[in-house]
Design a protein around this ligand. Sequence first.
Ligand SMILES: Cc1cc2nc3c(=O)[nH]c(=O)nc-3n(C[C@H](O)[C@H](O)[C@H](O)COP(=O)(O)O)c2cc1C
Length: 343
Amino acid sequence: MKDPTNERKVEHINIINKDQNVDRKKFYFDNLSLVHRALPEIDYTAIDTSVELFNKRLSFPLLISSMTGGDHELVRTINRNLAIAAQETQVALGVGSQRVAFTHPGARSSFELRKYAPNALLFANLGAVQLNYGFTIEHCRKAVDMLQADALIFHLNPLQEAVQPEGDTNFANLTVKIAAIAEQLEVPVILKEVGAGISAKDVSLLIDKGVHYIDVAGSGGTSWSRIEHYRHSEGKNEEIGITFQDWGLPTPMAIKALQKYRDQMTVIASGGLRNGIDMVKAIILGARLCGLASPFLQPAMESQDQVIERIIRLKREFQTAMFLLGVAKFDDLHFNPDLLIEP
Ligand SMILES: Cc1cc2nc3c(=O)[nH]c(=O)nc-3n(C[C@H](O)[C@H](O)[C@H](O)COP(=O)(O)O)c2cc1C
């Protein structure tokens, strides 16, 4: 019998490829204006876009966000292309949920990426809700070891689970379990949504509980509610997945809401970021790293060179935006409200 967890990943990719509106294209960052400098007073070629995170230096603050893994040639190719490109360009890479590796051992090799990316910043990934369905610290350790990861991402996806007919919807008492793992695990834990955002209230539950990294993964880009709609309703249009397709905290608002936790949390921005200007805006609002997922799917299905090309384009956009703001290094961009014009 085919393992449903293994088949699901390819189904997701097929849906994303078929329906352009799975990317909600809200472009929320376009509502923020920046202070253009006609006299930047800096040399473009001397701009330092690099940033340090988890003791590794990235060429600029890009994370190829968690997408896939499984026992399929397609997903093995995607992950290999992403890993080689991440190594070559010195950016961070997260893999998709590794739960499948525990039910389907053939999926393991799709996550064994350290051989392609010996120095890159790599993040393992599991759904936090699985802690209510039998997963323990040992599963977390195995996920980290598989990838020789620098950190473990726990994704939170209550919306995605709620719109499925038989989703894992028991999210009761998860905070305590996440905190227990964060305290015991040998690498840091990052908490992440999948496109509906993490609120300040959520973060307040985790202060002083060993979690210091939050990827807001807000709304505006990939909609998991819409993807699940296609998986369960065979194209009918008035299903719950469509009703909730734009549910969630828009990414720029979610980052802003976490500014008060500046001293306790490192924030990662993702969800609907589509170019280097969005990235610069996210950093100005307080993020230290910017994640993009779906924009990398097509290039990764093609070749490592296409992924590298996409990354180089993002870096050029990022550096150009820094130049036009008159900012020569990351620290002068990070949390700098003077660069923004409030509407
Ligand atoms: C094909 C695909 C698969 C994904 N699978 C996962 C996953 O397994 N685990 C996870 O934490 N997020 C997953 N995500 C969510 C992304 O990491 C990201 O949070 C979300 O797509 C928003 O970013 P985007 O608008 O740039 O796509 C996936 C996204 C895509 C496009």
